[in-house]
Design a protein around this ligand. Structure first.
Ligand code: GDP
Length: 486
């Protein structure tokens, strides 16, 4: 299948973007494809280009070679580009609607001599309907009167070589096309002048006869898709955190479902920003939740249910995606995806922010004194959430463990709010150590608070500032003072 074209190099993590060519009849769609396929390819060597059923695959090495004159030292981290060969097909009209749905990105071909034509507008509407991003190839620039062809040159170089008359004519026609797009409600701009690629569509002047502008088109296709579609083109992000919990002998772990892609020991994961220490699965035939020993894996391919161990996993939130940061990644971009995910989950779990803070007092009904401690509490302030580390300020700030579960009105809940009386299960943080004990290390005269840190305050400030009420912030400040955090 077309979408199966992926990198086989392992270290690359993006799949090839799928591109289709659309536009009015005779604008040069077929010729443009031929040109992309054929130009600059040395004799006897197809540069790795492979013809597939209904599509052509361009490996990134080929694209790099053909775009080197653009001196874009940009990283190309997709393995290649897959272009659907629709124009030549008889059933093109039909395929056109399917093709655009399958595609990540499209080339909308416009004849510079004719401007927008009926099928251009039809294609445009299809693309808009499907929210497909596209690049306009303003084709047949060699037809401008007096044009001096510079075969296969980047288009800016070519334009600079033209006479003033040709340049003026080009500008005039370009402005006309931009105006026509405006009439369709679209902002377009010459690609190298386009400052806002997310709102303004780019125009690349091309000639399918001389090959001018083709390097620009190829580079823009690859760069734009890898810049704006990291999520869509990534195998790695189809991993969802099912549960965050303490596993005996492993500290806090996360149970995840790896739907697509691959995880390795040592992978850096976000949004928690930690490194995978171990990838564990139950022994065959045992379900992930069943207690016991685990099999260790160096790497695991989707689809699988996996338990992950590593530092800081208590900050993970069930229901969010897990993102792997690879060597070449734009960390900021990955982080942004991860954070958006986290926000969308936390906002339905709890509008008032991450429950890394709470103040609770013990009630009379102790169910279990240690390993785990099970007791009833009154939530006095803030929000109580699973995973929160709890300590006792009156007893020398003794850490008594982390909240493993919360029950309210006989039901398991993931958080509790001010004013609620809930039962808590608190497990030790360090499996090597004996858990502190109710009755010996603390009792029902003591107040429990979440053990906040500089890091948790920074997290709150960075990502949940607007979600916290003034009252919530007052508690954070109170705890900050209590813990003498600078
Ligand atoms: P399609 O119907 O959009 O697939 O258009 P074709 O690729 O079949 O091109 C239609 C005609 O325009 C053919 O005669 C091509 O040779 C010609 N053509 C396509 N691109 C260019 C170009 O960039 N410059 C010139 N001068 N002719 C072109």
């Amino acid at each position: 299948a077309v979408s199966d074209v992926i990198s086989n190099k392992g270290e690359e993590t993006l799949r090839a973007p799928i591109c289709c060519v659309m536009g009015h009849v005779d604008t040069g769609k077929t010729k443009l494809l031929d040109c992309i396929r054929g130009t600059n390819v040395q004799e006897g060597e197809a540069g790795g280009i492979t013809q597939q059923i209904g599509a052509t695959y361009f490996p990134v090495e080929n694209i790099r070679e053909r775009t080197k004159e653009l001196k874009a030292d940009a990283k190309l981290n997709v393995p290649g580009l897959l272009v659907i060969d629709t124009p030549g097909h008889e059933s093109f009209t039909n395929l056109r609607s399917h093709g655009s749905g399958l595609c990540d990105i499209a080339i909308l071909v416009v004849n510079i001599m004719h401007g927008l034509e009926p099928q251009t507008i039809e294609s445009l509407n299809l693309l808009r309907m499907r929210n497909t991003v596209f690049i306009v190839a303003l084709n047949k620039i060699d037809r401008l009167y007096g044009w001096k062809a510079q075969p296969n040159k980047p288009v800016r170089k070519s334009l600079n070589q033209q006479s003033k008359d040709v340049q003026n004519e080009f500008d005039r026609r370009l402005i006309e096309v931009i105006t026509q797009f405006k009439e369709q409600g679209l902002n377009t701009e010459l690609y190298y002048k386009n400052k806002n690629m997310r709102e303004t569509f780019s125009i690349v002047p091309t000639s399918a006869i001389s090959g001018e502008g083709i390097p620009d088109l190829l580079l823009l296709l690859v760069q734009w898709s890898q810049k704006t579609m990291v999520e869509k083109l990534t195998f790695r992000n189809e991993c969802t955190v099912l549960e965050v919990k303490v596993t005996k002998g492993h500290g806090t772990t996360i149970d995840v479902v790896l739907v697509n892609g691959m995880l390795h020991e040592g992978d850096q994961i976000d949004p928690i920003v930690t490194t995978i220490r171990a990838l564990l699965t139950p022994h065959p035939m045992k379900e992930l939740r069943v207690k016991g020993t685990y099999l260790h894996h160096k790497e695991i391919k989707a689809a699988q249910g996996i338990k992950i161990t590593g530092k800081g996993l208590e900050h993970a939130i069930a229901g969010t995606g897990l993102y792997v940061v690879r060597r070449d990644d734009d960390l900021e971009e990955v982080k942004e995806c991860a954070m958006q995910d986290m926000k969308s989950v936390t906002s339905w779990i709890d509008k008032s922010g991450e429950g890394v803070y709470v103040q609770a007092s013990c009630l009379e009904c102790i169910f279990n004194k240690k390993d785990p401690i099970i007791l009833g509490v009154d939530v006095l302030e803030g929000i109580l959430k699973i995973g929160t580390p709890i300590c006792v300020p009156q007893k020398d700030f003794a850490d008594i463990g982390r909240i493993a579960s919360i029950r309210f009105n006989e039901k398991a809940v993931d958080h509790a709010k001010k004013g609620q009386k809930v039962a808590l299960k608190i497990v030790g943080t360090n499996p090597e150590e004996q858990q502190r004990m109710y009755g010996r290390h603390f009792d029902n005269d003591d107040q429990l608070v979440s053990h906040i840190t500089r890091r948790s305050i920074d997290t709150l400030k960075a990502y949940y500032r607007d979600d916290l009420s003034i009252e919530d912030w007052r508690l954070v400040v109170k705890l900050k003072t209590l813990f003498k955090i600078q």
